[in-house]
Write a protein that binds this ligand. Structure first.
Ligand code: ADP
Length: 619
C-alpha cells in the first residue's frame, strides 16, 4: 500500500475543473455560507459509508470510533476545520474524486453559468453538487488530511490553492476519516464566529444523522422526526425538515405522516412540494425518497418506494422489516418495498382525493404542478386507475381559461342523448378555441375538453374511456353526431353542390384523403379532420417531431355546404365562367383550413394567392 517515495507530488487539474474553480472563486459569492452545508453533507455521506461497511462485516480501522462531525473554529486566527470519522479517502480517491468533475450535472452547471442564463446563486451549488469546491468561496488555500477506513491504509495530505494545481503527500495519521482545514479569506472571517457557524448549521444541517460538534457541544437535533407521533411534530419542525431534504425554498404544499403496523411495519414522513422542478420529466431533477432501516440510513434515492407517476413526493421511509445491510440489488426485489410502495401509493392518492373534495384551491395548485404525472399514472397503474381518473382535471369549453373540471363534472353536464366524452387536443387554449371543429358543439351546447398539456396527446387516447363513456376526439372523421337541424347539409335554394365537391377532390388530388360535406361546421366554410386511419393534428405534429421520416397521414377536407362561399363557388363552377378563380379559391379554402390547425407549410403561396384575389376584388 505504501508509496516508496514519500515526497510531495504535484498534479494539475483537468481543464473543466479549472473552469469550475475559476467560477466558484470569482463568481459565486451570493451565498458563501453554503460551503458549510456542502462540507457537512460530504462528511455525513462519508459516515454513512463507513457505517455501511461495518454492517457488511468488513474489517474497519477503529471499529469503535464514534460516528461524528467536529468543527473547530478560531476567531482570532480566522481558521476553520471540519473533521469526520467517516470512510476517508485513498490516494486514488483524492486524485479521481477531488481533482475531477464527476457528475455531468456539474459540467452542465459550468456551461449554463458561462452562457449567462443561470442566476449566480449559491443554491445552484447544492443542486449541481459542486460540493467540496465551495470551500474556495471562503478560503484561498484548502488542506485535506485523510486516511481511509481500510485497516492497511496510509494517510495523505492534499493541498491546493484553487485554480491550477494540487499536491499530495504521504503523512502519518492515526485515525480514520477526513479533516478539511483552511484560513478564511478577509471577507469570510465571519465563518470563524461561533454564533454564525451554529446559525448556519441550524439552518441547513439540523437534521443530519450524526452529531455535529462545536467545542465538544452538539449543535444539531439528531432525531428521527418520523418516529415521533404525528401531533408531537410541529409544523415548523416539519417544514424545516422538508427544506433540509429537498433544498426547495418554498414550504411544502402538504405532508403525510404514516405509522403503519401489521404484517409490515414502517414509519414515513412524506411531502408534496408546491412547485414542480423546471423539467418535470428529467429524472435527475426529481426529488427523492430516502430509505432507512431501523433509523439507519440506507439510500437516498430509492425508486422502489413509489411509482414513477408519484415521483414528486419526497421524504423519508423507515422500516424495521429490512435487514440493515441491504444492498441496492436486494432493495429492488424486496417484497417489503413492494408492500410499502402499495401503501404509499394508496395513501398519497387518498390525500389528493381529500384535497380535491375539501380544499379545491390547494388541489388546483397541486394539479397545475404535477397533473401531467398523474395522467401517466392513469394509464400505467391499473390497480388504481379508477381513483386516478377521478383525480384528473381538464380545461373545457365550459371552464374559464386556467380552471379545470373533472371527468365527473363533465359527465354530470352531459346531454340526455350524449354518449361520448368529446375532446380536442392542440398546442394551447387560444388555438383550440378558434378551431372550426368546435362550431357544432358550441351551437348545440355540447361540452368539449380542451387539451393542451403535451402529455395529453398520448395519455388521453390511452385512457380510452371514463365511466363507460368513450373519449372521442372531435377531429375524427367518423364522429357520430346527429346532423344539425338548423344547418342542413343542403342549402335552402336548389344549388347543386355535388359537382363542386367532385371538382375540389380532383383539384386537391393526393393532398387529402377525401372531400366531404360537413355536419360539424356552423360559421366556417371548411375544416380539416383526421382521415379514417389518421390521428389528431396535434398527434401528427408530435409524430413529425419525433420521427423525421414520418410524412404524416392524409386528412379529410370537410365543407360547410350551407356557407355562402361554397354556394357561390358551386354556382360559379356550374356556369364555367371563371375557372381560374374557382381553382384559386379551392386552394385558399384548403390552405386556410391548414392554417387554422397550425399545419400550413406554404404560407408564402397562401398570401400570394390571397393578394391576387383581393386585387381582383378591388379592381
Ligand atoms: P459530491 O459530494 O457531489 O460527490 P464533492 O465535490 O463534494 O461532490 O465531493 C467529491 C467526492 O469526494 C465525493 O463524492 C467523495 O467521494 C469525496 N469526498 C468529499 N468529501 C469527503 C469526506 N469528508 N470524506 C470522504 N470522502 C469525501
Amino acid at each position: 500500500m505504501t508509496d516508496s517515495t514519500p515526497t510531495l507530488h504535484e498534479y494539475e487539474y483537468k481543464a473543466e475543473m479549472k473552469q469550475l474553480l475559476h467560477l466558484i472563486i470569482h463568481s459565486l459569492y451570493t451565498h458563501p455560507e453554503v460551503f458549510l452545508r456542502e462540507l457537512i453533507s460530504n462528511a455525513s455521506d462519508a459516515l454513512n459509508k463507513v457505517r455501511f461497511l461495518q454492517l457488511s462485516d468488513s474489517a474497519v480501522l477503529e471499529p469503535d470510533a464514534p460516528l461524528r462531525i467536529a468543527i473547530d473554529i478560531d476567531k482570532e486566527a480566522h481558521t476553520f476545520s471540519i473533521t469526520d470519522s467517516g470512510i476517508g479517502m485513498t490516494k486514488d480517491d483524492l486524485i479521481d474524486r477531488i481533482g475531477t468533475v464527476a457528475s455531468s450535472g456539474t459540467l452542465e452547471f459550468v456551461s449554463s453559468i458561462k452562457a449567462g442564463n443561470a442566476p449566480l446563486d449559491g443554491d445552484l451549488i447544492g443542486r449541481f453538487g459542486v460540493g467540496f469546491y465551495s470551500a474556495f468561496m471562503v478560503a484561498d488555500e484548502v488542506t485535506i488530511e485523510t486516511r481511509h477506513a481500510d485497516p492497511g491504509s496510509q494517510g495523505y495530505r492534499w493541498k491546493s490553492v484553487g485554480e491550477g494545481r494540487f499536491t499530495i503527500e504521504e503523512i502519518d495519521l492515526e485515525h480514520r476519516g477526513t479533516r478539511i482545514s483552511f484560513t478564511l479569506k478577509e471577507d469570510a472571517k465571519e465563518f470563524s464566529e461561533d454564533w454564525r457557524v451554529r446559525g448556519i448549521i441550524k439552518k441547513y444541517s439540523n437534521f443530519v444523522d450524526f452529531p455535529i460538534l462545536i467545542a465538544e457541544e452538539q449543535v444539531n437535533t439528531v432525531t428521527a422526526l418520523w418516529h415521533r407521533a404525528s401531533d408531537a411534530v410541529t409544523e415548523e419542525e416539519r417544514n424545516e425538515f422538508y427544506t433540509f431534504l429537498s433544498n426547495d425554498p418554498d414550504p411544502p404544499l402538504g405532508h403525510l405522516h404514516l405509522h403503519i403496523e401489521g404484517r409490515y411495519n414502517f414509519n414515513a414522513l412524506l411531502f408534496i412540494p408546491r412547485t414542480a422542478p423546471p423539467r418535470l420529466y428529467d429524472l435527475a431533477e426529481r426529488r427523492s425518497l430516502h430509505l432507512y432501516a431501523s433509523k439507519v440510513f440506507i439510500q437516498d434515492d430509492c425508486r422502489e418506494l413509489a411509482p414513477e407517476y408519484l415521483s414528486f413526493i419526497t421524504g423519508v421511509i423507515d422500516s424495521e422489516d429490512l435487514p440493515l445491510n441491504v444492498s441496492r440489488e436486494v432493495t429492488q426485489a424486496s417484497p417489503v418495498l413492494a408492500k410499502i410502495n402499495e401503501v404509499v401509493t394508496s395513501r398519497v392518492l387518498g390525500l389528493l382525493d381529500e384535497w380535491s373534495k375539501s380544499e379545491p384551491e390547494k388541489y388546483a395548485t397541486f394539479f397545475s404542478a404535477f397533473g401531467s404525472l398523474l395522467k401517466m399514472g392513469a394509464t400505467s397503474d391499473f390497480t388504481n386507475r379508477e381513483r386516478i381518473l377521478e383525480l384528473l382535471r381538464f380545461e373545457t369549453t365550459k371552464t374559464e381559461a386556467g380552471t379545470r373540471a373533472s371527468f365527473r363534472d363533465y359527465v354530470s353536464r352531459m346531454q340526455a342523448e350524449q354518449k361520448d366524452i368529446y375532446y380536442l387536443v392542440g398546442e394551447h387554449r387560444d388555438l383550440l378555441e378558434r378551431s372550426p371543429n368546435l362550431e357544432y358543439f358550441r351551437k348545440n351546447d355540447l361540452e368539449v375538453l380542451l387539451l393542451s398539456d403535451p402529455v395529453d396527446v398520448f395519455s388521453i387516447p390511452a385512457i380510452f374511456e371514463f365511466d363507460s363513456k368513450r373519449l372521442v376526439s372531435i377531429e375524427k372523421a367518423d364522429l357520430n353526431i346527429p346532423a344539425d337541424a338548423e344547418t342542413p347539409a343542403a342549402g335552402a335554394d336548389d344549388t347543386d353542390t355535388a359537382p363542386l365537391l367532385a371538382f375540389i377532390k380532383e383539384q386537391l388530388g393526393d393532398a387529402v384523403e377525401d372531400v366531404v360535406a360537413s355536419k360539424r361546421l356552423v360559421d366556417s366554410a371548411a375544416t380539416l379532420v383526421a382521415g379514417k386511419k389518421g390521428m389528431d393534428a396535434q398527434m401528427e405534429r408530435v409524430m413529425k417531431l419525433m420521427d423525421k421520416e414520418y410524412s404524416g397521414s392524409k386528412r379529410i377536407l370537410e365543407l360547410n355546404l350551407a356557407h355562402p362561399l361554397i354556394r357561390n363557388l358551386a354556382r360559379l363552377h356550374a356556369s364555367g365562367a371563371d375557372e381560374a378563380l374557382v381553382k384559386d379559391c379551392v386552394q385558399q379554402i384548403y390552405q386556410g383550413a391548414s392554417l387554422i390547425e397550425n399545419t400550413l407549410d406554404a404560407p408564402a403561396d397562401f398570401v400570394r394567392r390571397m393578394t391576387e384575389i383581393m386585387e381582383r376584388a378591388t379592381r
